[in-house]
Design a protein around this ligand. Structure first.
Ligand SMILES: NC(=O)c1ccc[n+]([C@@H]2O[C@H](COP(=O)([O-])OP(=O)(O)OC[C@H]3O[C@@H](n4cnc5c(N)ncnc54)[C@H](OP(=O)(O)O)[C@@H]3O)[C@@H](O)[C@H]2O)c1
Length: 291
């Protein structure tokens, strides 16, 4: 990729990984970050330092932004100096934001003659630059196609559609899934360590059953899409009962019962609403109704 020019704004854990991936694949990378020590570290790896965000944007037709969130990006981008530089440029916003923020950012860029693609990284920084990093994009398809070869240097990319918020929608859904699994894992580790069972072995067990868990996700998505909850292998009734036992276990063990109580109350609401004979995914029906 010699000759490819790309700028990176934001050199935190993820922004630095993005810049390093571009550099290692031969691109000419211009960087800007608030904290200049991180800029110097990237210059030592072969990047060129920009004196300001507008200078970074002016240096390349494609600029990737990866800071804490869209509000932080707004502090950097929404000023006359940057707005006067934007015409004809493509910005790729890889900071995490809500779908509404992504739509507003795309409209702001358009007002200033630029295109803003919204992207989300489903990976850890160490995976960036390899196929293990999945990166999703939404927004202007022509701009995506123009820069697809450069963006693929970061990982395994996919374009979700022209609606700018799509990528943020998917990222929010994935984050919701991860939040549940992180908290669930930690409660499991708490149970294990409290009884002298090594959490590492618990982690290995979850790893060994992960293909089954992955299948379950696919199955639940299909069931919800097709609104077909009536063919359960395990019912909301059965698991609701198990979750009450998990609350009992936590209290007997003297450990936090916050997660079991939350899970048991959610399943109980579904049972009370008449979904006890249906499969687990049916709890979405009580979550859809926000009182
Ligand atoms: N790390 C991950 O595993 C991961 C995975 C997927 C997605 N992401 C997303 O990637 C984005 C960056 O995450 P990260 O892990 O790189 O975070 P981080 O290490 O905390 O870096 C934050 C970045 O934002 C900049 N920043 C914060 N406040 C600022 C301000 N007021 N003005 C100017 N710059 C400011 C920081 O600049 P300074 O260096 O000057 O403080 C730094 O470049 C987030 O949206 C995150 O959700 C991260």
């Amino acid at each position: 990729m010699k000759g490819t020019k790309v700028s990176v704004i934001g050199l935190g854990a993820m922004g630095s990984a993005l810049a390093k991936a571009f550099i290692s694949k031969g691109a000419h990378v211009t960087v800007w970050n608030r904290n200049t020590e991180k800029v110097q570290a990237m210059v030592a790896k072969g990047a060129t330092a920009a004196a300001s965000a507008e200078d970074a944007i002016a240096a390349s037709s494609l600029t990737v932004i990866c800071v804490s969130d869209y509000k932080t990006a707004d502090k950097i981008l929404k000023n006359k100096a940057v707005e006067n530089t934007l015409s004809g440029r493509t910005l790729v916003q890889l900071s995490t934001g809500t779908p509404k923020e992504s739509r507003e950012a795309a409209a702001w860029a358009q007002q200033h003659g630029a295109v803003l693609l919204n992207g989300d990284i489903l990976a850890w920084p160490r995976q960036v630059g390899t196929d293990a990093a999945t990166i999703t994009f939404s927004g202007n398809e022509k701009a995506y196609n123009t820069h697809a070869t450069t963006l693929k240097l970061l990982g395994s990319t996919s374009f979700l559609g022209e609606e700018p918020g799509q990528s943020s929608v998917l990222f929010a859904a994935v984050l919701a899934y991860l939040a549940g699994s992180w908290i669930g894992f930690v409660h499991g580790a708490l149970i294990a360590e409290n009884e002298g069972f090594p959490p590492e072995k618990f982690g290995e067990l979850i790893h060994s059953v992960s293909p089954m868990l992955a299948e379950e996700s696919k199955h639940m998505g299909r069931v919800i899409d097709q609104n077909k909850f009536s063919d359960p292998e395990s019912t909301v009734d059965t698991t609701g009962h198990d979750l009450h036992l998990l609350v009992q276990h936590s209290r007997e063990a003297g450990i936090s019962s916050e997660l079991p109580e939350f899970a048991a109350s959610l399943f109980q609401r579904a049972i009370d609403a008449g979904y006890g004979k249906e499969e687990h995914a049916a709890i979405i029906k009580v979550l859809r109704k926000v009182s």
